[in-house]
Design a binder for this molecule. Structure first.
Ligand SMILES: [Zn+2]
Length: 506
């Protein structure tokens, strides 16, 4: 069956809490989501990429008070730091939602009302130990020496009237939904963890606070404001029109993936689908669950010897150097150890030595042996099958949300092209047909590599594109059409330029 319908692909990142500046954990999830979206744009899909900031709650209220500003002034000062960080990392999001926006409040109130009308939100009394820094209650056996297990600070006994979401009623419905959607989690081994949470027994959770003022009032009881879950998780639907534009919402929900870190899997994969079911909304199609990037205690900056924000390494390695390291070095879903030495090593081997060297060699030989003009590839080149394999395996890697495997497949073509040059040694040949053929093949391999690597290296692949004489925006390429062997046009001016990835020393 043929169809002119454009495939849609939509993803979200968590909204990041604005009590602190962006850090590598935020950046990691956001870079992965961005690269996956860029790949899907290359497939010709209509992509929607949502990120944003979580701006309500007690910690924000307290941080604002400490600075002597209003909560709104406080969040207005932090949210732009996230937008700026994503600009620096070349994150191409389609929407940035802030939970203090009117469109969000409208949707949150609609969702709360829907769950309340369904009978799944009820007034009750909460008694328990509360950590202000966590904004979370703890049962006694979760405390360590009577203190918060995360902050190691004393908790407070709190007894208050709260509205509760009756999560305990959703066990069977959630288990059935997961049984019907066995492939919804990426990597797939996270499914057992979620099933385990559900089978271990679900507790109702508190959805409101009377003591808090910095939040969204409940539609049926303005003496309470919405607490964390209904406010934060709802961003995924309020941003695309829930409560404000029903047509847009139904056209764009459910999303393909919520990208999340493993620490929030319970809230995203148990609380959230239950909330949606209560409101009569289909759960998301999937979740992509990442591990943690642990910043090693060893030095992360050679200049100061101190542990610094890895975002500060952009100046040293380029935005593409940082993006490439986190995408290629760590298997998505597993924990990884972010180190300065690891970054230098990955940068030097894959970018400086492999890709940078291939581009430089090609430009040098074309300048010396081909009059600076690119030559045509041969249809029967040995690199043609290497390219076809790289395209297929790169596609598979991105489809599985495994950027490290995708890039490994792309780099196999770079290595094949470098080996091909080393075997043929065109720099030793006399100008003529033989050298033209070798260089045409190498240029064609580099052209295909540039397209395949574009989601990871958006800036430098555009630079390679232009240096080999191609015009337009490389990100307008289409995998199915433009990675087919044999399209590099002869006669284009090939420019050498400065090294794309100057070698680094530790
Ligand atoms: Zn705590």
């Amino acid at each position: 069956m043929t169809s002119n319908t454009i495939t849609k692909f939509s993803v979200t990142t968590p909204i990041y809490y604005v009590n602190a500046k962006p850090h590598i954990g935020h950046a990691y999830t956001t870079i992965i989501a961005d690269a996956v979206c860029r790949w899907h744009r290359l497939l010709g899909e209509e992509v929607h990429f949502l990120t944003g900031t979580d701006e309500h709650g007690l910690k924000i209220q307290q941080a604002a008070e400490a600075q002597g500003v209003s909560p709104q002034q406080f969040v207005d000062s932090i949210a732009p730091l996230f937008e700026h960080a994503w600009d620096r990392l070349n994150i191409k999001y389609d929407d940035f939602i802030r939970t203090t926006e009117p469109r969000h409040a409208v949707g949150v109130r609609k969702l709360l009302q829907a769950c309340y009308d369904a009978g799944d939100i009820e007034l009750d009394v909460y008694r328990g130990q509360y950590c202000v820094a966590c904004e979370a209650y703890f049962v006694d056996d979760e405390l360590v020496d009577g203190k918060c297990p995360i902050h190691n600070t004393p908790t407070t006994y709190v007894e208050e009237e709260n509205y509760f979401f009756r999560l305990s009623r959703f066990e069977d419905r959630l288990l059935k939904w997961y049984a019907d959607h066995p492939n919804c989690l990426t990597p797939g081994n996270r499914l057992n963890e979620v099933i385990g949470f559900i089978k271990s027994g679900l507790n109702d959770f508190s959805v409101s606070r009377k003591t808090l003022t910095w939040g969204i009032p409940l539609p049926w009881d303005a003496s309470h404001v919405a607490y964390v879950w209904f406010d934060a998780l709802a961003n995924y639907i309020t941003a695309i029109g829930y409560g404000t534009d029903d047509a847009a919402f139904s056209a764009n929900w459910p999303v393909d993936y919520h990208f999340i870190g493993k620490e929030i899997i319970r809230f995203h994969c148990v609380y959230w689908p239950a909330m949606l079911m209560s409101a009569g909304i289909e759960p998301p199609k999937g979740w992509a669950v990442g591990g943690w990037l642990i910043i090693s205690g060893e030095k992360i900056s050679k200049t100061t010897g101190n542990v610094v924000d890895p975002l500060d390494l952009i100046d040293e390695f380029g935005v593409d150097g940082i993006r490439y390291y986190v995408l290629a070095e760590f298997a998505y879903g597993s924990d990884g150890n972010f180190t300065y030495e690891g970054l230098v090593s990955r940068y030097n081997s894959d970018l400086a030595n492999n890709l940078g060297n291939l581009a430089a060699r090609i430009a040098t030989v074309v300048e010396k042996k081909c009059g600076g003009l690119g030559t045509a590839p041969a249809a029967d080149s040995v690199l043609a099958s290497a390219a076809a394999t790289a395209v297929a395996e790169t596609s598979q890697g991105w489809a599985n949300v495994q950027p490290s495997r995708a890039l490994e497949a792309t780099w196999s073509l770079i290595k094949a092209a470098n080996s091909y040059l080393e075997q043929n040694e065109p720099w030793k040949m006399e100008s003529g047909d033989a050298v033209d053929r070798v260089m045409g093949d190498a240029l064609e391999a580099l052209r295909i590599v540039a397209i395949l690597a574009n989601p990871a290296l958006p800036t430098t692949t555009q630079e390679i594109w232009e240096r080999i004489g191609l015009t337009g925006n490389i990100s307008d390429s289409r995998i199915n059409i433009d990675t087919v062997w044999g399209q590099y046009p002869a006669g284009r001016l090939v420019a050498k330029g400065k090294p794309l990835y100057p070698r680094k020393t530790v």
